[in-house]
Each structure stands twice: as structure tokens, then as C-alpha cells.
Write a protein that binds this ligand. Structure first.
Ligand code: ADP
Ligand code: MG
Length: 270
């Protein structure tokens, strides 16, 4: 089963001088149900744009995007979306933030309480239900956002560099949480990251995008790394470094197109 399908999708934005700026051109991608796909590509190539098209937050200029076979038209409210920046409302407590989606869907309050308490505990925030975002650390806010997304039990999760702003230890803990909470093949995850090691450690498939403009999928690599997985232990898997090297070679070529100087691009030497 295919969860997400992009067929020859193009996206053109108006440039600053009014002339069309083609970000994506004839991009095709198939994401199987229950898989974890990481998207990497040079900065500005259109990774966030691609996720926004899948979420229906922006319309395609040409081509089609489907979710479970249904054409995406307008905002998809049955999928989960996690952004790089906190999407928590400053005036809502952890509990009310997590409850937002369920209340919006008209779930009765008793069930809202039960499901929110369950997810708040699962992301390690028990005792912080009444805290406001400003009273939480960056990692805790990210956990709250994760619970906010998962409490509605979406089948498809779109994540746009969700852990990019976190310190290294918190990041590893959250990566592991993500694998434990939804890495079991029941959710389809489309995960944008600029961090190649993160992509290889978490995903089943790595999609490399070309440098823009007119970006698209350059290559797709199935990693074949075992599951269940520990984000730190998987880095000592015999194939981990080779996978990073292989994908980096492809990615470095695209990065070179932006920075120009090949000598300035480091090689992967782990
Ligand atoms: N709403 C918009 N209007 C005009 N240009 C945009 C808009 N959103 C993104 N872009 C342009 O599209 C390109 C890709 O952006 P983005 O998808 O955010 O890249 P990435 O996430 O890969 O870093 C960039 O050149 C950016 O300036
Ligand atoms: Mg982006």
C-alpha cells in the first residue's frame, strides 16, 4: 500500500521581482504505508515546500499529490505535522495544548482527559500538565508537541526538522522516543532533516533531493537497517558508516552546486 504519492509535482512561487521561481519540477515520490522516509537535500532546495504540499498547506502548480489514493485538496486535518519551531500556544498549558486536536474534533471531555493523560505520561511530562510553554525546556516543549500530534492517532506524520533546535543529548532522547512511539511500522513517517546521520539512524529509506531551483528527487536509498532500533547502537552497525558515506557522496554533489567550491566540502570519514 502506498500512503503518499507525488506524481510529477511542480511548485512555482512568484520570485521577488515577480517572475516565476520554480522550486520543484516534475517531482515523483512513493511512500509506502508504515515506512519511515527521511528527506535530505541542500538548504533551500524545497524540502519544506514538499511537506507543505503533502499537508495541503500550499497547492501544487502541476501534478498530483495523493494520500491513501485520495487527491490532496486543501488542508489535511487527519495527518500529524511537527515543525522545527514550537507550535505550542504560549497561553495554553501542556494539558490544554495536547487536548487541542481532540477538542477540535469534538471528542467528549472524559475521553480527552484519559487520552491526554496517557500521552503526557508516554512522552515523560507527567507532573507538567499545568505548565505553560515558557515554563518548559526546549526538549519538554518538543515532547508536548509530539504528544499533541500523537494523541489524535494520525496514520501519517509529517516532520520538518523537528529536532534541529535541540541540544545533542535531548535530541538523541527524542529520536529514541520517536522510534519507540511510532517506529513500529504502524505509522507512515515523512521526516525532513539536514542531518544525514539522523536520517540514516531513524529511517528505512533516505530520499536525496537535488539542489534547487527545479529540484526533485535525485536518489532513493533503502537502508535495510534492522528494527527495532536504538538510535545510538545503530551507529555501530557495520553498514551505518557505509550508508552515510554513500548518501553523502550524492548529497555533497548537490551542496557543491550551491557553495561552488568542491574543496570546501568535507568528505565523510567516520
Ligand atoms: N511562500 C513562498 N513564497 C516564495 N518563495 C518561497 C516560499 N516558500 C518557499 N519559497 C522558496 O522556495 C525555496 C525552497 O524553500 P524551502 O522549501 O523552505 O527549502 P528547504 O526546506 O529545503 O530549505 C526557497 O528558495 C524559498 O525561498
Ligand atoms: Mg525547510
Amino acid at each position: 500500500m502506498t500512503a503518499v504519492s507525488l506524481q510529477r509535482v511542480s511548485k512555482v512561487f512568484p520570485g521577488t521581482d515577480g517572475s516565476p521561481f520554480p522550486v520543484l519540477e516534475e517531482t515523483s515520490l512513493e511512500v509506502p504505508s508504515g515506512s519511515f522516509t527521511a528527506i535530505v537535500g541542500p538548504s533551500g532546495c524545497g524540502k519544506s515546500t514538499l511537506l507543505r504540499l503533502v499537508a495541503g498547506l500550499a497547492p501544487v502548480s502541476a501534478g498530483t499529490v495523493t494520500i491513501n489514493g485520495a487527491l490532496v485538496r486543501g488542508v489535511q486535518n487527519t495527518i500529524g505535522f511537527l515543525f522545527q519551531h514550537d507550535a505550542l500556544l504560549p497561553w495554553k498549558t501542556t494539558f490544554d495544548s495536547v487536548a487541542l486536536g481532540l477538542r477540535f474534533r469534538g471528542v467528549r471531555e472524559e475521553e480527552v482527559r484519559e487520552r491526554c493523560q496517557d500521552w503526557i505520561a508516554r512522552v515523560g511530562l507527567k507532573g507538567f500538565e499545568r505548565h505553560y510553554p515558557a515554563q518548559l525546556s526546549g526538549g519538554m516543549r518538543k515532547r508536548a508537541a509530539l504528544a499533541q500530534m500523537l494523541v489524535c492517532d494520525p496514520d501519517l506524520l509529517l516532520m520538518d526538522e523537528p529536532f534541529a533546535s535541540l541540544d545533542a543529548q535531548t535530541r538523541v532522547l527524542l529520536q529514541q522516543d520517536l522510534l519507540l512511539l511510532c517506529g513500529g511500522g504502524t505509522k507512515t513517517i515523512l521526516f525532513v532533516t539536514h542531518d544525514l546521520e539522523e536520517a540514516v539512524a531513524l529511517a528505512d529509506t533516505i530520499v536525496v533531493m537535488r539542489a534547487g531551483p527545479r529540484s526533485g528527487v535525485k536518489a532513493t536509498y533503502p537502508t535495510g537497517l534492522p528494527r527495532p532500533r536504538d538510535v545510538l547502537q545503530v551507529k555501530s552497525h557495520p553498514r551505518f558508516a557505509a550508508l552515510c558515506r554513500m548518501v553523502w557522496r550524492d548529497l555533497a554533489e548537490e551542496v557543491t552546486k550551491i557553495y561552488g567550491d568542491r574543496d570546501a566540502i568535507p568528505s565523510w570519514n567516520i
